[in-house]
Structure formats: structure tokens, C-alpha cells
Design a protein around this ligand. Structure first.
Ligand SMILES: C[S@@+](CC[C@H](N)C(=O)[O-])C[C@H]1O[C@@H](n2cnc3c(N)ncnc32)[C@H](O)[C@@H]1O
Length: 239
């Protein structure tokens, strides 16, 4: 960026500075089933970033607490949660198209109607589509850990990101993270410890036991058997 003070200033001079993204778009092939699930459910369950600010009451046809999940992968736990908590509405964001397809296929099979999805970068969806103070819970489960130190800047949990998230949560709303990578758990804790306006819900000021509402995935069960750890972190928006 050297001669520019900010990305905006660079953009004004016609210089494009590449954004650091938390994901690498994998070109996984869509199965026939995933493709079909997108075709038949996108109209009812798909949301578009380009449509701008979301009117949640209109989208879900009711007023209910809204839970937003970033990077839901294949959507297994998101669909289970939407099914288990019918009194809430769920929005999932994912960039991996086969994941979108798998999630919609699962939702259709389970008869879940309180779920909508974006196929887009969550950072942009948060900035452009989600109203301030509109979320009751925000979920980030097993985000890409970016193991190497030189890649830590790509981790989605950064001061700017958690501050943006806080503005989207209602006061009393909860930001729930989980990871199976200890160094990322410590990184999350470090960022959250100095983030203003949050209270750690851990009685030991670090991690919480896995709350009932987060389904135990097969991957996690296998990890348990192999003696691997999983760390859950929950922070409430207090200001
Ligand atoms: C390691 S996977 C975990 C998936 C899932 N939460 C689970 O527990 O199985 C992380 C997911 O986050 C998605 N992701 C990463 N950054 C994202 C972003 N900025 N917006 C939307 N999805 C993102 C990736 O595509 C990937 O599917």
C-alpha cells in the first residue's frame, strides 16, 4: 500500500489492493443431487448479496430471533439446529457451492423451513445485508485454522471482524465460536479479551463446555475418540 494511507485512497487513484480473504475457493464438483437441490430450493431459501439490506421479517414471514452462521460447510449442524429450534430463524453463509447444495438438500429432506442461505463472502454479507442489532446469536464453527504463522492474518477472527459482528448482534446476543485447533482457540481468546463491548460467558474466563444446542458432529466424535480437543467460546454483547 506504501504510497496510500488506505485501500479507499488507493482505489480513488485507480489502484486495486487485493483483500485478504479467509477462504480459498475450492473448485469441488457439484453432485447431481446438490445441483438439483439448488435448482429446486434457491427461490425459497436462497438469499442474494446484491439485494442489499435484508428485511428479516419479510424473508421469514414472522418476527423471531435470528441466528446467523458463517462458514457452515456442508450444513449438517446448521440444518439440525434449525430443526431443533423452530422458534428461531436461521441464516447460513458459505462460499463453497457443493456445501450450499448439500445444505439445501438436507434442509429439504428434513422439512426445515426456518433457514435461508447466502453463497457469498460472509464479510461482505455482514457489511451490506445484515442490519445493526438484528441478530440474537452468531455462530462460527471450526473456521479454517490457517495453521502456518505467516497465514494467521487470513484467520477470519480479527479485531475488525469481531467489532463488525458486535454491531450486528442485539444487546444480550451471543457470539459462539468452536475450534479443534488449540492455537486458534488461544488466538480467538486473545482477540476477544481486548474487544470492547463483549462479556466472556465462561466462568473461568476462557472456554465453555459445548452447549447442548451445538450438535456433536461425526468429525468431532472421531476426534474425541482420538483424544483431540475442541474448544467452545461464547461472548455476550453487553454494550
Ligand atoms: C473448516 S470449514 C468448517 C465447516 C463447518 N463449519 C464444519 O464445522 O464442518 C470452514 C468453512 O468456512 C467457509 N468460509 C471461510 N471463510 C468464509 C467467508 N468469509 N465467508 C463464507 N464462508 C467462509 C469455507 O468455505 C469452509 O467451508
Amino acid at each position: 500500500m506504501s504510497q496510500f494511507k488506505s485501500k479507499e485512497e488507493a482505489a480513488e487513484s485507480g489502484v486495486y489492493i487485493r483483500k485478504i480473504q479467509s477462504f480459498v475457493k475450492r473448485e469441488g464438483r457439484l453432485t447431481k443431487g446438490q445441483e438439483k437441490a439448488i435448482e429446486s430450493n434457491w427461490e425459497t431459501m436462497g438469499l442474494e448479496h446484491k439485494s442489499g439490506l435484508l428485511d428479516m421479517n419479510e424473508v421469514f414471514g414472522r418476527t423471531a430471533p435470528v441466528v446467523l452462521e458463517i462458514g457452515f460447510g456442508m450444513g449438517k449442524s446448521l440444518v439440525t439446529m434449525a430443526k431443533n429450534e423452530p422458534d428461531k430463524d436461521f441464516i447460513g453463509i458459505e462460499v463453497h457451492r457443493p456445501g450450499i447444495g448439500a445444505c439445501l438438500a438436507d434442509a429439504q429432506e428434513q422439512g426445515v423451513t426456518n433457514l435461508r442461505v447466502y453463497e457469498h463472502d460472509a464479510v461482505e454479507v455482514l457489511a451490506d445485508c445484515i442490519a445493526d442489532g438484528s441478530l440474537s446469536r452468531m455462530q462460527l464453527f471450526f473456521p479454517d485454522p490457517w495453521h502456518k504463522k505467516r497465514h494467521h492474518k487470513r484467520r477470519i477472527v480479527q479485531p475488525e471482524f469481531v467489532e463488525k459482528l458486535r454491531s450486528k448482534l442485539a444487546i444480550g446476543g451471543v457470539f459462539h465460536m468452536a475450534t479443534d485447533w488449540e492455537n486458534y482457540a488461544e488466538h480467538m481468546l486473545e482477540i476477544m479479551a481486548v474487544a470492547p463491548g463483549y462479556k466472556n460467558l465462561s466462568s473461568t474466563s476462557d472456554y465453555v463446555p459445548r452447549p447442548e444446542q451445538r450438535p456433536l458432529t461425526k468429525f468431532e466424535q472421531r476426534g474425541h475418540r482420538l483424544g483431540h480437543g475442541v474448544w467452545d467460546l461464547m461472548f455476550e454483547r453487553v454494550a
